[in-house]
Every structure is written in C-alpha cells, then in structure tokens.
Design a protein around this ligand. Structure first.
Ligand SMILES: [Zn+2]
Length: 604
C-alpha cells in the first residue's frame, strides 16, 4: 500500500520544491528562501515562503505548508497516491519498477555503475605507477602528497592520448560502450569510436558517504589544457549538488565539527595534516542539499574557502544555508599571505592552522566585516551607507545583549561613537519588531477565523499546552539529533491536543527505528496538518534558541501543566484520594530527584 522509502526519496530528490512550487507560483528570492503569493488564499503581499534547505513551504498567512507531495495534493486537488504518481511521472520514474518488491532494474544499473567506477579507479591507480606517469608522480610530490595519502585516497593517473586506454580496459572487463558513456568515463567521437574522458590528468576518486567511488575529479597536468578540473557530470550514482568529498571519513571524526573546503585536493591536504573532519564540495559552491546533509552529522562547520572574491561569496552563501538548517558557522581567517588552506598548511604547518581554527571568527563578525569591506569608509557618503547597512543587519539579531556587543565592535570599525550606533540599532530593531508584531496580529486573526487551528481542533481548549507541544515538535524538527534523548523524557500520553499527540507518535516511530525525523509524514497527515507542523519548525528557526536545554524546559512545563490538569480533574471526582495521590507524587518526585542528582554526579 505504501510507497517504499527509497522510492519516495528518489521522487523528492528529483522534484526540487523550488521547481514544484515555481510551476504554479512565481517566486522571488529572499535571503536563503523564496517568497511568492500564496496559491491557497488571496493576498496582496507575499507571505508564502519556500525553504530550499528543508525542501518545505509554509504560508504565514493561512497556515498551509508541507513538502513537494503535499503541495501537489493541495494545488491540484489530488489524493496522496495520485500526487506521488504525478511527481514520479514528472521525474521520469516508473513506479511499477520500484513498487512493492525491491526494485530490480534501477538497482542493477546502480550496482553496475559502481562496479565500473571501482574498476576505473583501480586502473587510474595502477597507471600512476607506470613509466609514462613520471610527471604525474612529480606533480604529487611537488604538492607534498605523501605516498600513504595517495594510497589512502586512491589518487591515480589518467594516461594521455586518443587510443582510449581506459575504455579498452573497461571493455576487456565486459562493460559496454553504453555503460562507459553513461558513467562519464568515455565519450563517442565523430568516427563513432570511444575516447577517454580524462586524458593526461591526476585523478581523484570521489567517494560517497558509504565509501563507494561514485565519480572522479581530474586535474590537468599540462598547464596548457583548457580546463583545470574536469569533474564527472551527474550520473545515476552521482549528484554533484549532494556529494561531499571526505564525508565518508569525516562522519566518524571525533572533532565534533567539520571543516568545509573548496575542492578535493584541499580536503586531502587537510586530512594528511591530521584534520580528519575536512570535507569539500566539488567545483560548486555549497547547495541547500549539502547543508541538509551536513546537518545530519554536525552542528558546527568551519568555512575554509579560498581568500579571493569567489571564496568570500561562497562563504556568505555557506553561512546563510547552514544557518537555515541550524548549523553554526565559523570563518577561518588565513590572512593574505597564502591563497587557500592547502598552501597555508604547507607554508606554516598544521599547528598554525589549528590555531587559526581556534581563533576563527563568528558568522556575525564576518558578515559585519563583509558589509564594511564593500564600502570605502573614507568617503563620507559611502560610510553612511555602510553604517545604515550594518545597522540594519545588527538590528536583526534577536537578543539585545548581543546587539549591544556587536554595536560596540561595529562602532569601533566604522569610527563612530557607540552611542550613535546603539541608538540607531535600537531604533531600527524597534521598527523591525513592530513589523513582526503586526504580522503576529495578522496571524492571530487568521487563526481565530479558523485557518491555522483548523488542523488542531483542541488547540483553543488547551492553548498553553499546545504552545509547549509546538515548541517541542519544532525543536525536534530543527534538531532531529535530540530525538533519542527526548523520547526518554516524554511520551505521546503527555500531549494534550490530539494532532500533536499523533505527530509525536509518528516521530517516536521514526526515532525507535533509527531514522531521521522528517517534517513530511507521507500520506498520514493531511496538507493542513503538515502545514501546522511546518509552522512549528519555521517559528523555531525564527526564534533561535533551539538548544537541548530549551527543549527540556518545554517538556518540563508541558508535563507540569498536564499533572496539574490531572490533579484538578481528580479533585472534582474525589478530593481525598486526589490529595493523597498528590502527596505521594511529591514524595516520589523528591526521591527521583535525588537519584537523578546522584546519577549525574557519577557521570561527570
Ligand atoms: Zn496562504
């Protein structure tokens, strides 16, 4: 009856939420997100928001929300099954193949392609030892790649010439020209003969998160060759926007953070220097898909892009996209003497790089510097513009003490007094606050008219409980890694409203089967209900405090409310028995409290 999880993932991967919504609603970029006019209610100012980082949408006006499937259900008035079939059709996926029993045809192709890549990697690695690869070995030595590193990352050499040594080898191993072309390892020339895609190049195999070779990044050895790098195009086993080089190793690192660099060679140099948490995007800046993948493994990313203009742009994009999925970013400032982390480590050593990691700048400082850097503040007009942009930026920070700290730093950098900066920041912050307040009023009005709470009908009766419940669900969506710990603290029965109870039950199923909590509960929840859930997530992202301590305090508060309600009800039924039970519960609570304290004492 249900579609397999793999099939659903494939369908969603191939139907970007931006594209799915974009077919119906003209979208405009707003920071990391996109906004447009809601197709589900009439409005003049756009409050319909698409979040590429989570592949979801939410309308702040009417409360509609969800993922690609729920959007198609809602906008085309389809049943869940029909919507999935429609999206599969758009992506060219045949459901019969995947339906029911494990798919046969596509997975065979995948296996075959992985086999092909493995064989090619072996060929490149062996070729590096051949007499004609002396210049390739020289190059690796010059770049100070140690033999152990070359072996570990399977770095190889693609021979030159048009006699297609790789393709001939692969054909001798039983692969067909069609398969070789599909894997981007060979092309078809005018005469219909196969040629090797990579010629006279150093080849870095690209591994997926499971350590399978899924693609190659090939660097020229002849500086006159046109392209410095040739990367595998997207194939059945490789999607550039989703693969992170080094993740198969970094995911097991004990560092607790990732260092994100610009290409495979940089990441390899970093691993060689002892930073086993280095990862890299391939030839592209970070995408929202990368950000989402990273958020599954870590909450802190050091950005170590090149120091040039393109690198700075990529850094800002990285800050933005990673923030969207709740990952903190720190920016490594390597100074101007070297152009990238690889060069820096070779020149100053691993310890110096580690010191730079420790002294890295927070994202707010970096953004302020970036704004100021865009202006020539020795010119009065330009300086005023810089002040106003910095002010606008700092005013957007939620906490007042933080605004104070950054106002001070910005004032120093801009050469104006703290008083001037502070009063301007607070004035703008107030204005922004008013704006969001009027939005809140609008939201409340919508909810009263039955829009937002239509999904959760008990909400009016249990409004305090519902606010804690929504905070709990929202934090769990932002931080799925809290799931297992949270499941120990709270249960469905602690929830007062029926929808939230149902949703938490679904979360628990995912948690206990070791899967990630996702906002879309395929087919189980209605679009209205996924909208309510999406709102929980979106409002937590705006709020900012999504720590485990915040989650715990909402759980505590909810349980306390439930306990009191329980007690009130019992008092009505039988006052004496209720009082007895209450006294007993206090006794137990104290005992448990002691136990917990003892336990914590042991642990630390
Ligand atoms: Zn709407």
């Amino acid at each position: 009856m249900a579609f397999s999880r793999e099939l659903m993932e494939e369908i969603k991967n191939r139907n970007n939420i931006e594209d799915v919504v974009g077919r119906v609603v003209p979208l405009k970029r707003a920071g990391a997100n996109l906004v447009g006019r809601c197709p589900f209610h009439s409005e003049r100012t756009p409050s319909f928001t698409v979040f590429p980082a989570t592949q979801t949408y939410y309308c702040f006006g009417c409360g509609a929300g969800g993922d690609a499937v729920s959007f198609v259900m809602q906008s085309e008035n389809l049943e869940y099954r029909e919507a999935v079939e429609e999206l599969a059709k758009r992506a060219g996926i045949r459901i019969e193949e995947n339906f029911g029993e494990k798919s046969t045809q596509p997975s065979v192709r995948r296996d075959r392609m992985l086999e092909l890549n493995r064989e090619a990697a072996r060929f490149f690695f062996r070729s590096l030892l051949s007499p004609e690869a002396a210049h390739a070995r020289d190059y690796l030595q010059k770049r100070q790649f140690l033999p152990v590193t070359v072996k570990r990352f399977g770095i190889g050499y693609a021979p030159g010439g048009f006699n297609a040594p790789l393709c001939s080898h692969l054909i001798s191993k039983g692969f067909t020209p069609f398969e070789i072309r599909a894997a981007f390892l060979g092309g078809e020339g005018k005469n219909g003969r196969l040629y090797d895609m990579f010629r006279n190049r150093i080849v870095f195999p690209i591994f997926d998160v499971n350590g399978e070779v899924v693609a190659f990044s090939a660097r020229r050895l002849n500086e006159e060759d046109e392209r410095k790098y040739i990367n595998t195009s997207d194939t059945a086993v490789f999607k550039k926007s989703k693969v992170l080089f080094g993740l198969n190793i970094a995911k097991n690192s004990e560092a607790g953070s990732f260092v994100l660099c610009e290409g495979a060679p940089d990441a390899i140099a970093m691993h060689q220097a002892g930073f086993d948490n280095a990862i890299a995007t391939l030839g592209t800046a970070i995408t929202s898909e990368h950000a989402r993948i990273i958020s599954k493994y870590t909450r802190t990313v050091f950005l170590a892009y090149d120091i040039d203009k393109a690198g700075r742009k990529a850094t800002l994009k990285g800050i933005d996209l990673l923030n969207q999925v709740g990952v903190d970013t720190k920016i490594i400032n390597l100074g101007t003497e070297t152009k990238d982390p690889d060069e820096f480590i070779k020149k100053f050593g691993a310890e110096a790089f580690r010191a730079k990691l420790n002294g890295s700048t927070g994202q707010i400082d970096y953004s302020i510097d970036e704004i100021i850097g865009r202006h020539d503040i020795s010119v009065a007009e330009d300086k005023l513009r810089a002040v106003s942009e910095v002010t606008e930026y700092i005013a957007g920070i939620a906490s007042r003490p933080e605004r104070e700290v950054y106002s001070q730093r910005a004032a120093d950098k801009l050469g104006i007094t703290l008083e001037a900066m502070r009063s301007e920041v607070e004035r703008v912050a107030k204005k922004q606050g008013y704006r969001s307040k009027s939005e809140q009023v609008k939201k409340a009005l919508n909810e009263q008219s039955g829009f937002g709470s239509a999904a959760n009908t008990d909400k009016l009766r249990f409004s305090s409980e519902a606010s804690h419940e929504e905070a709990i669900l929202g934090i769990l969506l932002v931080r799925p890694d809290y799931g297992p710990e949270a499941a120990k603290l709270i249960d469905e029965s602690d929830f007062a409203t029926s929808l939230n109870k149902k949703i938490f039950g679904l979360f628990k199923e995912e948690i206990s089967s070791g899967r990630e909590i996702v906002p879309s509960k395929d087919g189980v929840l209605t679009p209205r209900e996924t909208g309510a859930l999406e709102r929980c997530r979106a409002s937590r992202l705006q709020l900012g405090d999504n720590t485990f301590a915040a989650l715990e305090s909402h759980i505590r508060a909810l349980k306390e409310l439930r306990r009191r309600a329980d007690y009130d009800k019992k008092i009505e039924d039988s006052p004496a028995a209720a009082l007895n039970e209450y006294l007993q519960s206090i006794k137990n609570k104290n005992k448990n409290g002691d136990k917990e304290r003892d336990h914590n004492g042991e642990g630390s």
